[in-house]
Design a protein around this ligand. Structure first.
Ligand SMILES: [Zn+2]
Length: 140
């Protein structure tokens, strides 16, 4: 409970710090293009471990290779997203995800939303009269 309040307070009163600053100062972020697959994975793991110390998780969706994830991390997430170093060691976890940048995840979310909307309308009896299918036992 206390942590939640602390986090609320931080979010309200602080911009936080760009995630790049959480990574070991002076650590050069290497471009994915200069790394082979094994090195990309190693760098990715090292950065994720570093962020994890501050309660920052970067979730990798099923559509992203380690290279995709690493590229997103160094080009989008680390330079642009913010976190709160004050939360270090509190057990609070802030999530960032490749799915925020993933066209396939987007499409899936859109499909889920459409399905949800369709179901909601059906349940709300929004169907034009006489147009409803006779049996209701179809699951999405
Ligand atoms: Zn995805």
């Amino acid at each position: 409970m206390e942590e939640t309040e602390r986090m609320d307070d931080l979010i309200e009163n602080s911009e936080g710090q760009v995630l790049r600053s959480f990574v070991i100062p002076g650590r050069r972020l290497r471009s994915p293009d200069e790394l082979d697959d094994a090195a990309v994975e190693a760098e990715l793991k090292a950065l994720l471990a570093q962020l994890a110390l501050f309660g920052i998780a970067f979730d990798v969706c099923e559509h992203c290779t380690p290279r995709d994830a690493y590229r997103l991390l160094v080009t989008e997430v680390l330079p642009k997203e913010h976190g709160y170093p004050e939360m270090r060691g509190t057990g609070w976890v802030q999530h960032y995800s490749t799915s925020d940048y993933c066209a396939q995840c987007d499409a899936e979310a859109e499909r889920d939303y459409q399905a949800y909307e369709a179901k909601r309308k059906k349940e709300a009896g929004d169907q034009p009269p006489g147009d409803a299918p006779p049996d209701e036992d179809k699951e999405s």
